[in-house]
Design a protein. Sequence first.
Length: 298
Amino acid sequence: MGRTLASGHWKDQRVNSSLQEIESQKRFGFGKNWGRFLRVLNNERIEEAERSLREMLEIDDLTGKSFLDVGSGSGLFSLAARRLGARVHSFDFDPQSVACTAELKRRYFPDDPEWRVDRASALDENYLKTIGTFDVVYSWGVLHHTGAMWQALENVEIAVEPRGRLYLAIYNDQRHWSVVWKQIKKLYNTLPVLLRIPYAACMIAAMQLKTAARSLLMLQPQRYIRSWTQYHKTRGMSHWYDMIDWIGGYPFEVAAPEEIFDFYRSKGFLLLKLKTCAGGKGCNEFVFQRAGAPSERS
């Protein structure tokens, strides 16, 4: 694929630079958005998150399994995995996202030794080498926001147990539209804080008008209504907070499905399941399985 991975020194610099960027508000504050999402989190959303894990991983539960949540965000899927019986290790780069995950642990599994929450980066190869390997490594919509997506994709496979599963969601490459969206997101993050809300509101209004117009032209107004009223039934998420995430989510990288497939096939991973966004805006989802015999753990 012609991707050249960085030296260890460069990677350390990249992690330190990224920390400075998030703390100086030069990149999107995902944790602030997730903190607001926790206000609307309820049991129905949690159950939907559990359902989506069971469906994509094709399992009934995760009892006896270990689960690594790379970029845990709100903590919803760490919570879902723990409720499904997994031993969970969560980490995120954004300190406010770490706080959200820790809050969900406090609410639902206080003082639980089977759920660990750290602040760390997917770009920190040394950290990933120290935490061991896991039956399931999960990273949904995260690695394309690191500023070094291919390095992050390289790093997360370190943590996958032989015969373990890697569940990823990566933004789809829409070619010229991806270039446009990158500039929209970059502009959001360079605006003064007071201008970001009206800017996001205008962009969201434009997106919704386009979607509504398409639904009306197809004589399917109920399709647009369902996009709002039933959105929580897709992974338990919130349409509003996901749109804020989309408008502001920067850094921003993309990949075609075949690029991700080829990247992991070259490392001995087998593709078990693929769900695409049909060439449009959004994420393609992949579940891979690593080759090899499972290790014996006590």
